[in-house]
Design a protein around this ligand. Structure first.
Ligand SMILES: [Fe+2]
Length: 279
């Protein structure tokens, strides 16, 4: 097995391992550390049936239930399908999964620490997944801004009322909206390495405690813009069939780039891994 760093600030690649085979403890630890250290990790050339994917995902922790149960694979409730061919049953419109920078499920008390995708069908071009290192993004902020936001708490719901990135699709999760917003730290500590990172989702944050939803969006959009000035913080994953892509939600934000030809099938399977309560 070879581990290779892809970029200075984010991304590593593993080749020469078949995760359907048993691995020794040292190899398992090296794979786990590669994702925590590099924020995003791709493991190439896997050949997974859904049950193999689930087994391989357990390398990173315990898989947990996802928002959109209607996209779970038959007989595999913990594995969701993300496809550019999905249509909203109500409107007939194509669903753009994962559009806009976000973190997964911050409106859960214990959101997933890792998100894992497996490339089943790859389009001829486009459809990349982007992951940004928000640990490095936080480190780049001016000291006084860091001090101002350090103890802020976000209040998270399924969809914030003031977000400027409105998702057209709510699906089954619409019926599961939580009446009480879930509070999360805006600056999150990664329990594996004790580093701090910006942790928020512009679409799911209703407000920062003590601020209006509109002022909150202004602040979050400003923080996002500051990080996006540094393209070196972003790993843009170009899919190959058989890729297993993992990122550490405690130190990252991500988005899907919805630009592949609509007639091409872009299909990935997704598993999310339970983490610690954010602090
Ligand atoms: Fe996502």
């Amino acid at each position: 097995m070879q581990i290779r760093k892809l970029q200075e600030h984010i991304g590593a690649e593993i080749t020469g391992v078949d995760l359907r085979q048993p691995l020794d403890a040292k190899t398992r630890q090296a794979i786990y550390d590669a994702v925590v250290d590099n924020v995003a990790l791709v493991i190439r050339d896997q050949k997974f049936a859904p049950e193999d994917f689930l087994k391989a995902a357990r390398l990173f922790g315990e898989p947990m239930a996802q928002h959109h149960t209607e996209f779970a694979l038959p007989g595999q409730p913990l594995v969701n399908e993300i496809s550019n061919q999905h249509k909203d049953k109500k409107t007939g419109k194509r669903i753009n999964h994962g559009e806009a920078w976000h973190t997964d499920h911050p409106n859960h008390e214990i959101p997933p620490k890792f998100t894992i995708l497996y490339g089943v069908s790859v389009p001829s071009r486009g459809g990349d997944t982007e992951v940004m290192n928000t640990r490095a993004g936080y480190a780049l902020l001016p000291a006084e801004l860091k001090a101002r936001i350090r103890n802020m708490k976000t209040a998270n719901v399924y969809q914030g009322s003031a977000t400027r990135h409105r998702f057209a699709y709510a699906g089954s999760a619409q019926d599961e909206r939580q009446p009480d917003p879930v509070l999360q730290p805006l600056v999150r500590t990664n329990a594996d390495n004790d580093t701090q990172a910006l942790y928020f989702s512009v679409t799911k944050c209703e407000n920062i405690v003590g601020m209006s939803p509109e002022a909150t969006q202004d602040l979050l959009e400003d923080l996002l813009a500051r990080m996006l000035k540094h393209p070196e913080l972003i790993y843009q994953h170009k899919w190959r069939k058989g890729d297993m892509l993992i990122w550490d939600n405690r130190s990252a934000m991500h988005q899907g780039v919805i630009d592949c030809p609509p007639e091409d099938v872009r299909l990935v399977h997704r598993i999310i891994i339970e983490g610690e309560k954010p602090h």
